[in-house]
Design a protein around this ligand. Structure first.
Ligand code: PHE
Length: 403
């Protein structure tokens, strides 16, 4: 039988050695070989196989020895030409040879697999010390941040959050708040009126507005139950106005406290605590100026002390004042409209512009930019998503350092 020429680049030498070893064995196999395991031929074959360094070459050798046209397979086929006696002897030896050869190939195969795996593990080693690639994170909008802060502060004072609809009945937005039809105060509000609803061509009497303030939530809350009431109502509000400090849609937070024996002192204490917590200052000068709102009596506007320079407003000191909210004692007519007896209960209310708070606290000069949805603006003025506002863990990322 002739050795097949295999194209195993770089491994011809090893293969030749292996095949030669087998060839030698084939000759001697004709004689009786009792102990193939220790035969020098098998040892030589094993040595040659152990020199093979890659599994592709090893597989080629396996095919050339044990494959359909492999050396041993051919030898098996040739058994037919032998005498019965020879066939028996030779067959037995060939089977032993075959399983020995298989064993040698198997062993080398697992040796190679293991070292190939080792090499791969070294090559593909993950460097866990490398810094992570920066991820594109979203940012929390300053208004959402202020919302969280306000809820955290009043939440700790025992207020709960109430809500009302953006599309509001004229009654809740005005009439029930002691602003009857044709009252001049209605003009103060630059109201967006909604077209009257039609029912089969007939106009329905009730007119709607998109709420001009969060005060209608006062009435809706009173209607729901008797005092004590202690709520804040943050939300969207709308007025037909547009400049650097006014947008047609903006945000307010309403506050309402009603109980027996509530006085203006409670109002002042509550709002003083609020501004200190909100601006994260231990001390802050405040003053109340008499004002007018139809739904409170007396009414006031609250100012906080600040220092105004050319490009900056510094809150908490200096000789300047900044108006930050409207407030007052709830008007008896409003309590009555809400179904509460003004002879038994009193309360105070306040309304703050949340966007204005955001502008002041975070130094954002133009309100219009809040609602332009410019991602570059949000990157600059936004907040990290996981920095939650809380009274214990810090309101604005522990003082706004890691914005
Ligand atoms: N609703 C008033 C406004 O929008 C603010 C306010 C609320 C004043 C509650 C007093 C009491 O201007």
């Amino acid at each position: 039988m002739e050795n097949k020429k295999l194209d195993i680049t770089g491994n011809e030498e090893n293969l030749d050695k292996a095949l030669r070893a087998l060839e030698v064995y084939r000759e001697s196999a004709k004689k009786v070989v009792e102990n193939i395991y220790n035969s020098p031929e098998i040892k030589a074959f094993q040595k040659a196989i152990q020199a093979i360094r890659d599994s592709k070459s090893l597989e080629d050798i396996r095919v050339s020895v044990l494959g359909k046209k492999g050396t041993i397979t051919e030898m098996m086929k040739n058994l037919g030409s032998l005498s019965v006696e020879e066939k028996k002897e030779m067959g037995k030896n060939l089977n032993i040879l075959k399983s020995e050869v298989e064993k040698v190939l198997e062993e080398q195969k697992s040796v190679l697999e293991e070292s190939e795996l080792d090499a791969k593990l070294i090559e593909e080693r993950i460097d866990v010390t490398l810094p992570v690639r920066p991820e594109n994170q979203g940012r929390i909008h300053p208004v959402s941040k202020i919302y969280e802060e306000v809820v955290a502060i009043f939440g700790q004072m025992g207020f709960s959050v109430a809500e009302g609809p953006d599309i509001e009945e004229d009654f809740y937005n005005f009439t029930a708040l002691n602003i009857p039809a044709n009252h001049p105060a209605r003009q103060m509000h630059d109201t967006f009126y909604l077209p009257k609803e039609k029912d089969g061509g007939k106009e329905i009497d009730d007119s709607y507005v998109i709420r001009t303030h969060t005060s209608p939530v006062q009435i809706r809350t009173m209607e729901k139950g008797q005092p004590p009431i202690r709520i804040i109502a943050p939300g969207r509000t709308y007025r037909s106005d547009y400049d650097a400090t006014h947008t047609p849609m903006f945000h307010q937070v309403e506050g309402l406290v009603i109980d027996k024996n509530i006085t203006m002192a409670h109002l002042k204490g509550c709002l003083y605590d609020f501004v200190k917590a909100f601006f994260e200052l231990d001390e802050i000068p405040v003053r109340y100026r008499p004002s007018f709102f139809p739904f409170t009596e007396p009414s006031a506007e609250m100012d906080i002390g600040c220092l105004k320079t050319k490009n900056e407003i510094k809150i908490g000191g200096g000789d300047d004042w900044l108006e930050i909210l409207g407030c007052g004692m709830v008007h008896p007519n409003v309590l009555r409209a809400g179904g509460i007896d003004p002879d038994e209960y009193q309360g105070f209310a306040f309304g703050v512009g949340m966007d204005r708070l955001a502008m002041l606290k975070y130094g954002i000069p133009d309100l219009r930019t809040f609602f332009e949805s410019d991602v570059r603006w949000l990157k600059n003025y936004g907040f990290a998503p996981l920095d939650e506002s809380s009274m214990t863990g810090g309101l604005s990322n522990n003082g706004g350092i890691t914005r």
